[in-house]
Design a protein around this ligand. Structure first.
Ligand SMILES: Cc1cc2nc3c(=O)[nH]c(=O)nc-3n(C[C@H](O)[C@H](O)[C@H](O)COP(=O)(O)OP(=O)(O)OC[C@H]3O[C@@H](n4cnc5c(N)ncnc54)[C@H](O)[C@@H]3O)c2cc1C
Ligand SMILES: NC(=O)c1ccc[n+]([C@@H]2O[C@H](COP(=O)([O-])OP(=O)(O)OC[C@H]3O[C@@H](n4cnc5c(N)ncnc54)[C@H](O)[C@@H]3O)[C@@H](O)[C@H]2O)c1
Length: 470
């Protein structure tokens, strides 16, 4: 048995950042990962494979060029599941190699095995050989992430009914697909498969979806989905999922409607992967979705030397925020206190089209009673948009009428997840509409939309002859 300064359970974004940060502070670190290779859900079944699939689909279908060359334009005629797999495997190999190299050069030790608590400072590691190794540490960071929510009533068979971890290994591209759950995962996969011309039905029990996104952006998104024949069934409870004689999933809705398709993706949320950790040995409790409560400032659990970070602590459950949480936990554990994170972080939804947002939505600004004005820019009205042949895409900026400060930036369309960072910087640095009015932007770029949207808001709210500030 060795004694480490830190044991990290899980090698996803939060575990990885925590481990490297602690090693940089001169600490001895062991990362325990039950998967065959390091990287976590993020690298192997979540963020990276889904985004690689999206990129492959957009490239091979020629999606981005259709504005110019017409709807029939294709880069490759018969796209197969192995075209997508080939690119995913290559990307994952590269990601794992980079991560392994990071661990090696920082002296972080890793072991393949399933970790569970024996006592507050002792971790049992069930090795693939069947043996169990026990290690001790002064500090433990639980970075075990989540696993798909798989109710017993859904006949998962890995052939036609898949969860969100399995769908990236789909052996054959279907002609039709039902997606249950219009959360971020469901929406991303529904639109990626729809771009492959798979007939997609997206089912959601609630009457709205992605409620944290500005409603005007969602309206734009829904319009595009309908235009592409994605069948959106909002307010539809699923009564049962069964397989018909041909093995096709049949989804009965409470409304009496039936949806039959070649494959079904069940994407109704995820559960903290805490069931095997033996948390009762240390007195840490979880909620009904297996998540651990932490002090949001320090990421300590109810046991001060045991921290938790990443998806296992719940909202916002992003790779981006998990990375930051891992570093914060390691810094706090070893006496280095970074400043609190900025108030606003961006959210990127890699649907087709992509959506990205930072700051307050118009609904939130109204709820808070802040006098405001919005500015809108359409990508098709920018020169870069013309050059690229984009036919849709929109940026909405919200400014305070009183302080002139940017309150929110909401973008749908090509490049949204990159463009949002300009808005994020201005927002977190407490910038105003004057930043966009006074600064020159590269031309032609999609970023010019910031200028156009600001001019739009300024014309309406700030440009009266008495108050004009040019
Ligand atoms: C389909 C999908 C798409 C996504 N897309 C995005 C995106 O575009 N952008 C974004 O920011 N986020 C995205 N996310 C979310 C992102 O993947 C997660 O926020 C992130 O992976 C969480 O990181 P984590 O540190 O909690 O660890 P995870 O990545 O969840 O990894 C946890 C690791 O812990 C290991 N583990 C669990 N229990 C044990 C144990 N007992 N012993 C040893 N090891 C254990 C697991 O094997 C796993 O490798 C996506 C998620 C999914 C599912
Ligand atoms: N681009 C990104 O940043 C990205 C991409 C994918 C996932 N993620 C993260 O992964 C996490 C999990 O995503 P998710 O989409 O699985 O979960 P979610 O909890 O965000 O959404 C689940 C959806 O399923 C619906 N639902 C719940 N129970 C249902 C049931 N029994 N039947 C039918 N529908 C049901 C919910 O109303 C909700 O709309 C999210 O927190 C998200 O932040 C992020």
């Amino acid at each position: 048995m060795s004694v480490f300064d830190l044991i990290v359970i899980g090698s996803g974004p939060s575990g990885r950042r925590a481990a490297v940060q602690a090693a940089k502070l001169g600490k001895s670190v062991l990362v325990v990962e039950k998967g065959r290779r390091v990287g976590g859900v993020s690298v192997h079944t979540g963020t990276i494979p889904s985004k690689t699939m999206r990129e492959t689909v957009l490239n091979l279908t020629g999606w981005r060029e259709r504005g110019f060359y017409g709807l029939a334009y294709r880069v490759k005629q018969d796209i197969t599941a192995s075209d997508i797999q080939a690119r995913i495997l290559k990307t994952l190999d590269h990601e794992v190699e980079v991560l392994e190299h990071q661990f090696v050069r920082n002296g972080v030790k890793t072991v393949v095995g399933e970790a569970s608590f024996l006592s507050p400072h002792e971790i049992a590691i069930a090795l693939p050989t069947g043996e169990t190794r026990v290690e001790r540490a002064g500090v433990v960071i639980i970075a075990c992430g989540t696993q798909p929510f798989r109710p017993d009533t859904i006949p998962f068979d890995h052939a036609s009914v898949f969860d969100s971890d399995e769908i990236v290994e789909l052996p054959k591209l279907p002609r039709s697909m039902t997606v249950i759950g219009a959360g971020v995962i469901g929406v991303e996969y529904a639109t990626i498969f729809s771009a492959l011309e798979v007939a997609v039905t997206l089912i959601e029990p609630r009457t709205s979806f992605l409620d944290f996104i500005d409603k005007e952006v969602i309206a734009e998104f829904v319009h595009e989905l309908r235009d592409r024949n994605v069948a959106l069934r909002l307010g539809s409870e699923v009564s049962s999922v069964t397989l018909d004689a041909a093995g096709r999933p049949v989804c009965e809705l409470a409304s009496g409607r039936t949806v039959t398709s070649e494959v079904l993706l069940f994407a109704a949320g995820r559960m903290g992967a805490t069931d095997k950790l033996n948390l009762s040995a240390v007195g840490i409790e979880t909620d009904r979705r297996g998540r651990i409560r932490v002090d949001p400032k320090t990421l300590q659990t109810s046991v001060p030397h045991i921290y938790a970070a990443g998806d296992v602590i719940g909202f916002p459950s992003l790779a981006s925020t998990s990375l930051e949480q891992g570093r914060l936990a390691a810094c706090h554990a070893f006496g280095l206190e970074p400043p609190p994170p900025p108030e606003f972080f961006p959210y990127g939804i890699y649907s087709v089209p992509e959506i990205s947002t930072v700051g307050m939505s118009e609904e939130e600004v109204q709820r808070r009673g802040i006098p405001y004005e919005c500015g809108i820019a359409r990508f098709r009205e920018t020169s870069r948009g013309h050059i690229m042949g984009v036919q849709s895409g929109m940026m909405k900026l919200i400014f305070s009428r009183k302080t002139r400060r940017l309150l929110g930036a909401h973008i749908i369309g090509e490049g949204a997840t990159e463009l949002v960072h300009i808005g994020q910087a201005v927002l977190n640095l407490k910038g105003t509409i004057d930043y966009f009015m006074e600064n020159t932007f590269n031309y032609p770029t999609l970023a010019e939309a910031y200028k156009v949207a600001s001019l739009d808001a300024w014309n309406r709210a700030f440009a009266s002859p008495v108050t004009a500030k040019i």
